[in-house]
Structures are given as structure tokens and as C-alpha cells.
Design a protein around this ligand. Structure first.
Ligand code: GDP
Length: 440
């Protein structure tokens, strides 16, 4: 079962991004800083109420005539609404409704999606001046919220929970760590060769293919076995292959990709070696990083390279520049057409799953604490931050829990230093890991 998608929609300046950050909470602030990039977070996997869901900030949605440059962003935002299961329609509770609010309401009404009205910036009980006006939109009651003062958030979460219950949304089945099948999501822009890659894997003599029930509306699952290892390929291009979407008109549905990534252990992000890396690819990668999944960058169409060595170097340089926030992902140059390096993808996924399943013994982490941390202790504004304990609290993904006296003061560069050192000492090549900081 996929996760429900919640889109945060509204005109500019109503505080969509602030609400987004408030809903994803502290966790997000930490991991996104680790990425060390200036990119805006747009998609995030989070838990609201008791539901694991995907939250989308549609900051680009402006409901006015736009230049071409922004049209693309708006198209993506509209696509997000199309694919969302619930909309949070954000308005400024302290201002009269504007024409943009009304246009937005009109658009949302047409979408026929469940909508919750958020009257934002209501910092106290008196500030919801325009609640009655919002009520006239006929989209239901408004929920007054202040992200900055953290007010109304529990009420909003309760309302979200109520909608999903009413929709009878089934929760994700938690997979056990003993499940030996490796789930691989195949994602990427249209025409990079996702279908061709899947076909070339399925067409190999050494790969045993068995049809699978439980295919979702977003993707097609196929069970395969190679060298005694079982895999499930979660194929986001498969719907088109089955003729449900006509060839050539497929949109790069980032949300469909995210749904597939959520269910995966390892994601293959397929890129076209003769093309550039798109911003959407970066958004998808950032999501993979935040969800701490395994990642393989599959650069396809290697057969089009005239000078293979030179072109591969050029592509790797571009990746270092554009995707420097994920230095740990293996890059495999393949040709789906000529069936070159196809098995490497499965072998790499297996290796990454082994890395994701590793548990570092407590005593090794104690040594890590005594050497790495205590010899480079962090300080902030003259205050000493003292670490007392670290242990690995989970595998798949590996999560490390650090305990210290002042976790809120930790700078993201120190968190990044800790992640780099953990990787240097213990590996985890090919997979995201999570670091959590607790007050002791
Ligand atoms: P998808 O939209 O990502 O599923 O891409 P497709 O698998 O449909 O491939 C898009 C186009 O790229 C098709 O015309 C394929 O024949 C071509 N293509 C796919 N893989 C390769 C490859 O390895 N080399 C070359 N030269 N072309 C490829």
C-alpha cells in the first residue's frame, strides 16, 4: 500500500513553507541541513497523527499569469494537487480574502479532493478575524493555526487523521527486518530508459521472473530472482507500458516516484547519459536522502558515448557539481539497449541492502565516542556540548542515537562531521543513514 500524499496549497505569502516545516518538525531541519545545499525542501516523508504520509509544499503555485520560466514549476504544483489525496488550503487568517485566494479556491473545488482549510498566522484567539469570510467559500470549517507559535497543530493533525480514517486509508504494512526480498524502485524522467532497463533485466536468461499480485495504481511490481537472491522491481514506467498512459505524454510524476521510493529498500535513479540532470532528479534524490533509502545512480545510454572514458568522467564531474549532497551513492553506467552492466545493478542493490542491515556493536561506538567525538568536541557560543552515549537504534535504515547535554545547539556542520566519520569508520556505502540527537 502506498502512502497518502498531502499537498499544501495557497497563494504566495500565506506561510506554506513555514507550515510545511512545522509539520515535518525538527527531524527535517536536521537532515536537510546535513545535505548542505541551498535547495528548498518540497517533498517530505513524515508521520501525521498515526499515518505515514508524503507532504508536498507547492510553493510555486501562484494562480496568476506567469512567464514561461515559472510555468513549469506551476505545472508541477498542479500535478501535485492532481495526485494528492488531501489538500491543505492555506489562507492568511488575519487578512481579507484576495482574488488569488478565490482563484485558488475555485481551482481546488474543481479538483474534487478532500480539502482542509487552514487559517494561518492566527497567533492568538483574536486573530481569526476572517474565519466567517472563509466559511463562505463552501469548503468547510477553517482550522486556525500559527506555525510560528506552534498553535493549532494538534487540531490540524487530528483533522488530517479523521479524513484518512474516513477514506479508509490502509496503513503501510511494516516489513520485518527478516524479509530477505530486496525492493528496488526504478524512477527517473520519461525517456531515460526505465522501461528498457526493466525489460533488459526481465529478459535475461539468468533471471527468473514470477508475476506478482498486489500491483498498485502507481507502479507495477515484478518479482525476480538472480543468483538465489529475490528482488521486487517497483517499476514506475510500467503503467505506460501496459497502455494505460499513451507513449510520449507521460509526465514526470515525481509523486509517483516518491510513492515507489517509500516502499523500496534501494532506489535506482535512472539518468540519461547524453542529457543533463534535471531539478526534479535533485528533488527526488533529496527525498531519498531524507528517507534514508539506498540509492544507485544508473546512467543509461552508455552506448551513445563516443569516447566512453571521457564521457563517463564528464558525467561524474557534473554529478559532483549538481548532486554533491549525496557523495555515497554508487554510479553505474549501463546500456539497457545493449544489455551492458545490467547485472551490476542487481549486485549493487544486494550489497547496499547488506550495508543497510548492518549493526555496529555498542563497544565499537563507545570507542567512536571516546576517540572521534571526545577529541573533536563541539562548542557553540562558548558553551561545551558534551556527548555521553551513542548507539545504533535501528537497521534498514541504520539510525544512530546520540545523547548529549545541549542537542539544540549542535551546528549542522558538526552533524555532518559525525556522519562523515561514521561512514569513514563503518562504511554504509550506498545507503542513507540517520543521526538522531537526544538530550541526556
Ligand atoms: P522510460 O520513459 O524511462 O521508460 O524510457 P524508455 O525505456 O521508454 O526509453 C526511451 C527511449 O530511449 C526509447 O526510444 C529507447 O529505445 C531509448 N533507450 C533506452 N535505453 C537505451 C540505451 O541504453 N541506449 C540507447 N541508445 N537508447 C536507449
Amino acid at each position: 500500500m502506498s502512502r497518502p500524499v498531502i499537498a499544501i496549497v495557497g497563494r504566495p505569502n500565506v506561510g506554506k513553507s513555514t507550515l510545511f516545516n512545522r509539520l515535518v518538525g525538527e527531524r527535517a531541519a536536521i537532515t536537510s541541513d546535513v545535505a548542505g545545499t541551498t535547495r528548498d525542501r518540497v517533498y517530505y516523508e513524515t508521520t501525521l497523527g498515526t499515518y505515514d504520509c508524503i507532504l508536498v509544499d507547492t510553493a510555486g503555485m501562484e494562480f496568476e499569469k506567469k512567464k514561461d520560466l515559472e510555468a513549469d514549476v506551476q505545472a508541477q504544483a498542479k500535478l501535485a494537487v492532481e495526485e494528492a489525496h488531501l489538500i491543505l488550503f492555506v489562507m492568511d487568517g488575519t487578512q481579507p480574502l484576495t482574488k488569488s485566494d478565490l482563484d485558488c479556491a475555485m481551482f481546488l473545488r474543481k479538483s474534487k479532493k478532500p480539502i482542509l482549510l487552514v487559517a494561518h498566522k492566527c497567533d492568538n484567539k483574536e486573530s481569526l478575524v476572517y474565519g466567517p469570510e472563509m466559511h463562505t467559500l463552501g469548503l468547510g470549517d477553517t482550522i486556525p493555526v500559527s506555525s510560528i507559535h506552534n498553535m493549532g497543530i494538534p487540531e490540524l493533525e487530528a483533522a488530517i487523521e479523521k479524513v484518512f480514517k474516513k477514506m479508509k486509508w490502509k496503513k503501510d504494512r511494516k516489513r520485518s527486518d527478516k524479509d530477505e526480498t530486496i525492493q528496488i524502485a526504478i524512477v527517473g524522467k520519461p525517456n531515460v530508459g526505465k522501461s528498457s532497463l526493466v525489460n533488459s533485466i526481465l529478459g535475461e536468461d539468468r533471471v527468473l521472473v514470477s508475476p506478482m499480485p498486489g500491483t498498485t495504481v502507481d507502479s507495477i511490481d515484478t518479482s525476480v530472482e538472480f543468483l538465489k537472491q529475490k528482488y521486487v522491481l517497483i517499476d514506475t514506467a510500467g503503467m505506460r507500458r501496459r497502455g494505460k498512459v499513451r507513449q510520449g505524454i507521460e509526465k514526470y510524476s515525481v509523486l509517483r516516484s516518491l510513492q515507489a521510493i517509500s516502499r523500496s529498500d534501494v532506489t535506482c535513479l535512472v539518468l540519461d547519459g547524453s542529457d543533463d540532470i534535471a531539478n526534479q532528479d535533485l528533488h527526488v534524490s533529496a527525498y531519498i536522502l531524507e528517507a534514508a533509502k539506498g540509492l544507485i545512480i544508473v546512467v543509461n545510454k552508455r552506448d551513445l558515448f563516443e569516447d566512453v572514458d571521457e564521457e563517463q568522467k564528464r558525467f561524474l564531474r557534473m554529478m559532483q557539481y549538481r548532486m554533491n549532497f549525496i557523495p555515497w551513492a554508487p554510479v553505474i553506467f549501463v546500456s539497457a539497449l545493449k544489455r551492458k552492466n545490467i547485472f551490476q545493478v542487481l549486485e549493487s542493490a544486494k550489497h547496499i541492502q547488506e550495508e543497510r542491515s548492518r549493526r555496529i556493536p555498542d563497544e565499537k561506538l563507545k570507542t567512536f565516542l571516546e576517540t572521534t567525538i571526545h577529541s573533536h568536541p563541539p562548542t557553540r557560543s562558548g558553551k561545551k556540548i558534551i556527548f555521553s552515549r551513542v548507539f545504533q537504534s535501528r537497521t534498514r535504515p541504520p539510525i544512530f542515537s546520540f545523547f548529549c547535554n545541549l542537542p539544540d545547539l549542535l551546528h549542522f556542520s558538526y552533524r555532518r562531521f559525525l556522519e562523515n566519520e561514521l561512514r569513514r569508520k563503518f562504511g554504509f556505502h550506498g545507503t542513507g543513514i540517520k543521526l538522531e540527537f537526544w538530550r541526556d
